[in-house]
Design a protein around this ligand. Structure first.
Ligand code: NAP
Length: 337
């Protein structure tokens, strides 16, 4: 049986997910696409030679009886509204990160899902599906470097456009680290601080770049994450775990090593779509398979909420310059670890 999917938002990642559901993954077909700009949705569909209905309203797509599951890939402020509407319609929904614009918004989704009585939401946190992060988690779990004490991380983009602002470094970029690091350590955050080093001249007026985010977990692990979104040279994700007896690093993406012109060099990727391409495939295949088995197991609305609580503390810390507490509600039994 093919799972009939409707996609809300035909921008960069929406097009990517439409392509992978139609040409890479097994067991699903795209039957409807909506975008606030219906022509954008139409061109995304026709570019792949698909026959899917076009809507200019995500709610109409969710109400379409042919749509069995929904992908929300529209811009951030619409995620909560469409995810709640999918839950209300009893349709499983894969929502790109962030799940909502604030922890309160995520909490409304958590509460709606619990009222529905079964898991209907998977958040588009793909890094736990990445081979490198999985190997790193396994090394930690097997005690290869002893108990983790510190993490040094970096999230660098070559450049961002003028609409990207200082807060988006947290809500749109760091949110991936906020999710994957708590998954990696099986821990939660208790405090956050944001430090602004000297700013790059390559950032535009409404962006302070780079930023250093300092996090502390319940078990006392200290984490620093450099977020530098105009680093110029590429898309570069780093994660180093310092343990009691050794250091474990996230592997670099596979790349041919070249010796030429008196240099030893390996390529650095520039596009986020390529860096995690396999992880995106695996996360969406898992969503399709789990919806069919009626048992969603991927990153949950609770994970979306937990990342968002930490993000809210980071936003406060950007303003205050102080160490801000990360205060989460107790985890409901509905969301086992
Ligand atoms: P994008 O290229 O700007 O695409 C967003 C699309 O949504 C645009 O086509 C936009 O239309 C459309 N849209 C806006 N409001 C809408 C509405 N009410 N109904 C339907 N469509 C609407 O952005 P993107 O890079 O694809 O990002 C989309 C989402 O995916 C973001 O939330 C982002 O955080 C997330 N994302 C996640 C990852 C990841 O690694 N997991 C990577 C990239 C993006 P207009 O252009 O006409 O405004």
């Amino acid at each position: 049986m093919m799972l009939k999917i409707g996609v809300i938002g035909a921008g960069a990642i929406g097009k990517e997910h439409i392509r992978r559901c139609s040409t890479v993954l097994q067991g699903a077909s795209i039957v409807a696409v909506s975008d606030i700009n219906a022509e954008g949705a139409r061109s995304a569909v026709t570019a792949l030679g698909l026959e899917a209905k076009i809507y200019d309203d995500g709610h109409a797509l969710i109400a379409d009886p042919e749509v069995q599951a929904v992908l929300v890939t529209s811009w951030d402020p619409t995620h909560e509204e469409f995810t709640l509407a999918a839950i209300a319609a009893g349709k499983p929904v894969f929502c790109e990160k962030p799940l909502a614009m604030s922890a309160e918004g995520c909490r409304r989704i958590v509460d709606a899902e619990m009222r529905a009585g079964r898991r209907l939401v998977q958040v588009g946190f793909m890094r736990p599906y990445d081979d490198g992060y999985q190997a790193l988690k396994q090394a930690i779990a097997q005690g290869e470097v002893g108990t983790p004490l510190m993490l040094h991380c970096a999230h660098r983009n070559a450049s961002v456009n003028e609409s990207y602002s200082t807060d988006m470094a947290i809500t749109n970029t760091l949110i991936h680290e906020l999710d994957v690091l708590r998954w990696l350590l099986n821990d939660d955050y208790v405090s956050a601080q944001v430090i602004f080093p000297r700013s790059t001249r390559n950032a535009h007026a409404n962006l302070r770049d780079p930023q250093i985010v300092l996090l502390e977990t319940r078990s006392g692990v200290r984490i620093d994450v450099e977020v530098f979104v105009n680093c110029q040279y590429g898309y570069d994700i780093q994660c180093e775990v310092v343990g009691e007896s050794g250091i474990a690093r996230l592997p670099e993406p596979a790349s041919v090593q070249m010796r030429k012109q008196a240099r030893l060099a390996t390529e650095i990727l520039t596009d986020w779509k390529d860096r995690f391409i396999r992880a995106y495939d695996v996360e969406l295949q898992a969503f399709i398979d789990d919806v069919k088995a009626d048992e969603l197991r991927g990153p949950s609305a609770w994970d979306g909420y937990a990342a968002s609580v930490a993000a809210d503390a980071c936003l406060k810390a950007q303003q205050s310059g102080s160490v801000e507490p990360v205060e989460m509600a107790p985890r409901p039994d509905f969301y086992p670890r």
